[in-house]
Every structure is written in structure tokens, then in C-alpha cells.
Design a protein around this ligand. Structure first.
Ligand code: SF4
Length: 409
């Protein structure tokens, strides 16, 4: 039984789907068994032959911000771009306008990647289209125009933790990254406020100020003028200090729903992006390298809290996410690398590493359950490991030279 079955029981509707895996662990000193070769073979197995000649291929990445350098290495991006070109497609890399504009600082240029970099929603974030999506307090979403224009989607993701939902993977890359900023920040992130959690009539201003004080994460805000208390659930680690301080008053609840709605809306939003692409023209690649506790939006380097895993790829967005999470769970958390500002690290080793970091209500598998229910794919998968260490250990390496490209020596 995989960990996801244990943590979150759900109805399995379809599957299983093929998921290709290349591990960073290798079993042979020959280059044929190295990680870069495995990446090429995983791309081959994923089979870009359904890309038609001249198809415009959006390679959706998160190119990071500011001083963040733990995004998908350009070394691999270049190989994926070449594979798309070989299939006859016209690739381009896309992300939010700011990340594209300063991507050069992190090594991503047309020259290094091998294709243009285009802002997903235009230079001023206004190239976008309104969608009639109603979900709790969300009265519509604005999908990025480039997501609409492209013929093919290559969802190329750095797999890592995320403070709002535990995990940032392929679904999150398009659920947030496929939309204009006004949808990303105020609507998708704001949905967590739509499940009631505070009773203003039971709470005095003095008690509200007390609740603000007890929160170690400083995520409880109180506006005395409006007599309004707000919990920023994205950074709440569910330590329940506020609930303890409130036990004699009973005006505040911290519930699973306050966290689940964000994940459910991510599934809904990513499904809207997927709907714009033919089923044969969607490819999902998660690079589980440099697995940081929080997402690339933080714009800074962070310690890696899980060992590098490798590349996980599929044509099924749900299967690729579950497989990635299972492989990360198998690797486990490197506790000594967890930054000290993660104050409530759960000692429960049965929880997923990302739940141990971000709290049990931020179950990273939840989004896959919602996505499966929407018919986006299957949580069941066949993991096909390419050139596993066991397989290559006793293989004879073909004769190779140290550099196959032109050399100056
Ligand atoms: S449960 Fe969340 S809001 Fe309450 S004290 Fe802990 S971190 Fe703050």
C-alpha cells in the first residue's frame, strides 16, 4: 500500500497510468547510467511524437524570483527544448511576467534554454481571459492568454514543499502559474477565508488582541476599528495555540476546511488550463531535485530538506503528482536541515514530510484526490524506473570518450 492510500482514503475512479522515473542514484560509473542520460530516456518514454509539426509548445515553468536558484536547472531545460524541436514543435518557455523579465539572473535566456521566453499573461499581466468559474468566494478566474494560445503543454516543474498546501508540483505550476496575478493572489489564495472560523459576537476586542499575541507565526491579524479578526492560513502550522487560548470563549476554530479549499480550487483551476489542450498534447515532468520546504516564489535559497529523488514524468497529471509525493515520502525528511523557523515540526514519521513541516491539515495528497474526482487522471500508477541502479550495476559500460563534443585539448 502506498503512503497516499494510508493518509487519505479516496475512491479510485480510473487508472493505473504509466509514470516514468529516473533516479539520481546510479549503479554504474559508465555515463550510460548517469542521471542526464536517464532524463533523456524518460523524455523518450514520455513520447513527444504526438506533438505535430509547427505546434506551439508552451513549456510552463516557474523561473523563480530574486535570489532563488533551486529551480529546474537550465542544463535539463535545454534538453527538453531540443526534444520538442526534434518532434517538430516550436517550443517557448513561459511564466509570470516578472519571473520571465528577470529570468536572466538565474541563468535562463533564449540562448541558454534554446528557445524564447514569453510572459504567460503579456508584459503587463493583462493578456488574459475571464472564465466563468464559481467556487465559494471566487466569482471567476482570469486564465493567462498564452495558455490559451499554445497547442501543446509541457508542464515542467520543480517539485518542492509549499506553505499553503504542503506541496508545489505539476498541478500547482499551472493552477497558479496559468492565471493572471489578480486571480493568483486575491482569489485562489483568498479562498481559504471563505470557510467561517471566527465568531465576532463572541469575541471582545481584548480577547482578539490576546489571540494575536499567542500566535507564534504571527498569522492572526486583528483590525479593531472594524472588529475583524483574520487568520492567514497559508502560514498557519496548526499548532493550535490560539484554540487553546480560546477554549473558555469559543470564538475561533481552525478546521481542515480552511486548508482544503485552496487545494480543491487548485484542482479546479488546473483543470481549466488542461481543458484548453488536447489530451495527447499534455506532458508533465516533475524534477524532484533541491527539495526545499517552501516554494520558488520566496525568491531565496533554502536548505534541501529531502534528498534529491530524480525526474518523474507522465501524461497523467494526477499520477505524476502521487508518484512524486510517494517517492519523496520514501526518501523522508532530513530533520537536521529543517530551518529553525519551522517551529512545530511534527515528530509523527507516518505523516508525509511536507505535513511534518507545514501541519497535518496541509496534506499534500488532497489536491490529487480532488483532481481525480474531476476526471483529470488517476491516483493509481505503474512506476517504470529507467536504468535503475540494480539494473545497471553489473552491466558492461559501452566504450566512451570523456567529451563527445569538439574539444580544445
Ligand atoms: S494554529 Fe495557526 S493561527 Fe493558531 S496559533 Fe498556531 S499558527 Fe497561529
Amino acid at each position: 500500500m502506498v503512503l497516499s492510500d494510508r493518509v487519505y482514503q479516496s475512491a479510485m475512479t480510473s487508472g493505473p497510468s504509466d509514470v516514468y522515473f529516473g533516479s539520481v542514484k546510479h549503479g554504474n560509473t559508465g555515463k550510460f547510467a548517469s542521471f542526464a542520460v536517464k532524463v533523456d530516456k524518460v523524455i523518450e518514454s514520455l513520447d513527444f511524437s504526438t506533438i505535430e509539426k509547427k505546434d506551439k509548445v508552451a513549456i510552463k515553468m516557474h523561473l523563480g524570483f530574486q535570489d532563488g536558484y533551486q529551480t529546474v536547472p537550465v542544463f535539463f531545460v535545454r534538453r527538453i527544448v531540443q526534444a520538442v524541436k526534434k518532434a517538430g514543435g516550436y517550443p517557448f518557455i513561459t511564466d509570470n511576467p516578472t519571473a520571465v523579465y528577470n529570468a536572466v539572473n538565474r541563468g535562463y535566456t533564449a540562448e541558454t534554454c534554446g528557445c524564447p521566453l514569453i510572459p504567460v499573461s503579456g508584459v503587463k499581466d493583462g493578456y488574459a481571459e475571464d472564465l466563468d468559474v464559481k467556487f465559494h468566494n471566487v466569482d471567476g478566474l482570469t486564465i493567462a492568454g498564452v495558455m490559451r494560445d499554445a497547442d501543446v503543454l509541457v508542464d515542467l516543474t520543480h517539485a518542492k514543499g509549499h506553505n499553503s498546501c504542503g506541496f508545489g508540483g505539476a498541478i500547482k505550476n499551472i493552477a497558479l502559474g496559468g492565471f493572471a496575478a489578480k486571480s493568483r493572489w486575491h482569489k485562489i489564495h483568498g479562498v481559504e477565508q471563505s470557510f467561517p472560523y471566527w465568531d465576532s459576537e463572541k469575541c471582545t476586542p481584548e480577547h482578539a488582541k490576546e489571540l494575536v499575541k499567542v500566535c507564534p507565526e504571527k498569522v492572526i491579524k486583528y483590525d479593531e476599528e472594524k472588529h475583524k479578526l483574520t487568520v492567514m492560513f497559508g502560514m498557519c502550522n496548526q499548532c493550535m495555540e490560539c484554540v487553546k487560548a480560546d477554549k473558555d470563549v469559543g470564538c475561533l476554530e481552525i478546521k481542515q476546511e480552511n486548508f482544503s479549499l485552496f487545494q480543491e480550487l487548485m484542482a479546479v483551476a488546473s483543470n481549466e488550463v488542461l481543458k484548453t489542450f488536447d489530451e495527447n498534447k499534455r506532458f508533465f515532468l516533475n524534477f524532484a531535485l533541491d527539495i526545499t520546504p517552501a516554494c520558488d516564489c520566496w525568491g531565496m535559497g533554502m536548505p534541501n530538506v529531502v534528498n534529491d529523488v530524480g525526474i518523474i514524468a507522465s501524461r497523467d497529471i494526477v499520477a505524476v503528482e502521487v508518484a512524486t509525493l510517494d517517492l519523496i515520502a520514501k526518501e523522508g525528511l532530513i530533520e537536521r536541515m529543517v530551518p529553525p523557523y519551522y517551529k512545530y515540526l511534527s515528530p509523527d514519521v507516518d505523516l508525509h514530510p511536507f505535513q511534518r513541516l507545514h501541519g497535518k491539515f496541509k496534506n499534500p495528497y488532497l489536491v490529487t484526490d480532488y483532481a481525480e474526482k474531476l476526471g483529470m487522471g488517476s491516483k493509481k500508477y505503474n512506476l517504470i524506473e529507467i536504468l535503475s541502479p540494480e539494473e545497471t550495476l553489473n552491466m558492461e559500460a559501452p566504450k566512451s570518450v570523456s567529451e563527445s563534443e569538439p574539444t580544445f585539448f
